[in-house]
Design a protein around this ligand. Structure first.
Ligand SMILES: Nc1ncnc2c1ncn2[C@@H]1O[C@H](COP(=O)(O)OP(=O)(O)O)[C@@H](O)[C@H]1O
Ligand SMILES: [Mg+2]
Length: 269
């Protein structure tokens, strides 16, 4: 059975699609069979990222290990039984088509609450939630007091994950390994960064997630999309010398992969 990794957060701009592409490609490069599914049907960033990779590699006459993109199949309304939801059906059909011949399925979710995203969360063996270092983003996980020190209650997204966990439990599936990944962190130590660190640590015990090392704010993460590349590919397209920031970014990606603790994934690559 393929291991399902869902990348989700109801906040747009958290880094879901960037993380999806980097994790999917890293796993493919390690020799695993990886299929990607983009549930952000409007923006399709992850899908376009994989399309861009295919086009770039073809033009450059290069062969690099890549995730394959699975499209959500269309299903005629007439084929639904009474009360059945079309999105549930389309998602199940997509996962069923990917499951037999993949080691990993990577599902990128939209930055909003949709039926597809909710159901995808209940399919997650591993749930990765990228989070910007901002209390506005944190607010979707939990509410805090005015100082940001005390957690006053859960919020919409963590309640959604809670529901997904319950659904999985009822279906007798293994619990979701929920990993929160801090993204776009500033390089300097700042009061907000320290406060976020404390708040996330505090919350992780309350609602049951792990915190993995994430990515700092780096221009390179924004530059690779048109060519569909990740930090791991640069050497293979002829970049001789990575600058210090890119070496650091590549290490951040390796550390993230290790921290995800995925089945059959060795620590060094
Ligand atoms: N670590 C990072 N450093 C710099 N820019 C980043 C980083 N992570 C993401 N970005 C940029 O932030 C924006 C949002 O990222 P994206 O992956 O599209 O988020 P989401 O899928 O959650 O909406 C994009 O412009 C992306 O290039
Ligand atoms: Mg996205």
């Amino acid at each position: 059975m393929a291991h399902i990794i869902v990348v989700g957060n109801e906040k747009g701009g958290a880094g879901k699609s960037t993380v999806s592409m980097h994790v999917a490609t890293a796993l493919a490069r390690m020799g695993h069979r990886v299929s990607g599914l983009d549930l952000d049907l409007r923006q399709r960033t992850f899908g376009r990222y994989i399309d861009n990779r295919k086009a770039f590699l073809k033009d450059a006459n290069l062969e690099l290990a890549s995730p394959t993109l699975c499209e959500l199949p269309e299903i005629a309304e007439a084929n639904l039984k009474p009360g059945e939801n079309i999105y549930d059906h389309r998602l199940s059909a997509a996962v069923a088509s990917m499951e037999p011949n993949n080691d990993f399925i990577l599902i990128d979710c939209p930055g909003s609450h949709t039926r597809l995203s909710q159901v995808a969360h209940s399919l997650a063996d591993t749930l990765v939630t990228p989070l910007n270092d901002s209390f506005i983003d944190f607010d979707l996980l939990a509410h805090t007091d005015a100082m940001g020190d005390k957690i006053t209650g859960p919020s919409v997204y963590s309640e959604m994950v809670w529901t997904a966990r319950q659904l999985r439990g009822q279906a007798g599936l293994t619990p979701i390994d929920w990993v929160v990944v801090r993204n776009r962190m500033g390089a300097q130590r700042m009061v907000n960064k320290d406060k976020m660190e404390r708040a996330i640590k505090n919350l992780s015990k309350r609602i049951g997630f792990r915190v993995a090392p994430g990515f700092n704010e780096r221009v390179i993460f924004r530059e690779l999309f048109p060519r569909g590349l990740t930090l791991l590919d640069l050497k293979d397209i002829g970049v001789k010398q990575l600058n210090i920031s890119n070496v650091a970014a590549r290490q951040e990606l390796r550390d993230l992969i290790k921290a995800l603790n995925l089945p059959g994934v060795t620590a060094d690559f």
